[in-house]
Design a protein around this ligand. Structure first.
Ligand code: F0G
Length: 347
């Protein structure tokens, strides 16, 4: 039924809010049996790649677009490492309004670029990193009157709280640890706010520890210092100066959690483990929490038998190029049953 309808009592919607809906939300919370056994925890992945544009961004975008329309705005603008732009472009298309997206030139996964172009957005490649593109987009929004739909738009983070509500609705409680990748730092803040809201409503009786994970080359929150030249294979979180850094720090501190970083190699290895031992194909940025949990386990810093939920923020199909660097090629055979049989009996 979509996030706006499902959680209408918890969201700032009223009879004047247009009914924007791409059937986002209600994504699967998948128990990862084999990986759980390996890590000695109960590990769930919330697969946000099942959202209509293939990432968690749709949860907040639906509300941001509905409120923009309610306020009389007639065009959207955002900067993005790829997923925000795909999401904004999808909702703009569904409403018949223009969408301008600013991307760091040459640093966006091909699937995400294809999405924005297919949905009909005006795609602008900025010769600079995401942080610069965001500054340009904010200035453009102010001067043009376009609705700014990055997570500086408060409705984005309010809509994203729905992820936390769904987890609690399904589990009947909050997890012990909530593990999440951190880029511009909005999502970790939204989840923390969502859990707190459910706690105040007595829908859960404990709060999770918030564990934020970053890539080593783009780890401003781990190092507590902006990073002028962020670099990582996980292009979705190639961000050096997160706009919601203050909120993310508060979430980690208040919950008794922590920030940790992992190397690109650890991210790629976690992506392969998630796919080949979990059956879930998520994009590299989404695999940063699993890489982090494995690292903590190896350091003997992961308690046993606890419930951990990690947010698998985006679909692996968005970035096949990176995946293909990590796997072999298909075995080619002639149209010949004998050749096939040789392979079937060799393992
Ligand atoms: N995972 C994925 C797949 C993302 O696309 C992003 C952010 C994050 C994690 C981090 O979330 O920014 O709320 O801390 N992507 C943004 C974009 C920046 O433009 O699509 P965050």
């Amino acid at each position: 039924m979509g996030v706006l309808k499902h959680y209408k009592n918890l969201l700032p919607v009223n009879q004047n809010t247009p009914d924007v809906n791409l059937e986002e939300g209600n994504t699967p919370l998948i128990y990862l049996k084999r990986i759980s056994e390996k890590l000695n925890i109960n590990l769930y992945g919330k697969f946000e790649g099942c959202n209509p544009s293939g990432s968690f961004k749709d949860r907040g975008m639906v509300l941001a677009v509905a409120k923009a329309l309610e306020e009389g705005k007639r065009a959207l603008i955002c900067a993005s490492t790829g997923n925000t732009s795909a999401s904004a472009a999808a909702y703009a298309a569904s409403q018949g309004i223009p969408c301008f997206v600013l991307l760091p030139a040459g640093k966006v996964a091909l699937g995400k670029l294809a999405q924005a172009l297919m949905y009909g957005a005006k795609v602008i490649a900025v010769k600079g990193n995401f942080d610069r593109a965001l500054e340009l987009a904010r200035e453009g929004a102010e001067k043009s009157g376009c609705a700014m739909v990055n997570s500086v738009n408060p409705y984005r983070l309010i809509g994203q709280r729905s992820g936390a509500w769904e987890i609690c609705d399904v589990l009947g409680k909050a997890p012990d640890i909530h593990a999440i990748p951190v880029g511009n730092a909005g999502n970790i803040s939204a989840y923390w706010a969502g859990y707190n809201e459910y706690f105040k409503l007595n829908k859960i009786n404990s709060l999770p520890k918030m564990f934020g994970f970053q890539a080593e080359g783009a780890a401003p929150l781990v190092n507590n210092l902006p990073c002028p030249n962020p670099e990582t294979i996980a292009t979705a979180i190639r961000i050096g100066n997160p706009v919601s850094a203050h909120l993310a720090k508060a979430a980690v501190k208040e919950s008794g959690g922590e920030f940790n970083s992992v190397s690109d190699q650890e991210i790629l290895s976690a992506q392969k483990i998630l796919a080949s031992e979990g059956g879930v194909f998520a994009e590299p940025a989404s695999c940063v929490p699993l890489a982090g949990l494995i690292k903590l386990k190896n350091l003997n810093r992961l308690p046993e038998n606890i419930t951990v939920v990690m947010i698998l923020t985006g679909n692996g199909l968005k970035d096949p190029d990176t995946a293909m660097t990590q796997v072999g090629r298909p075995i080619e055979i002639d149209d010949n049953p004998e050749e096939l049989l040789k392979i079937l009996c060799s393992d």
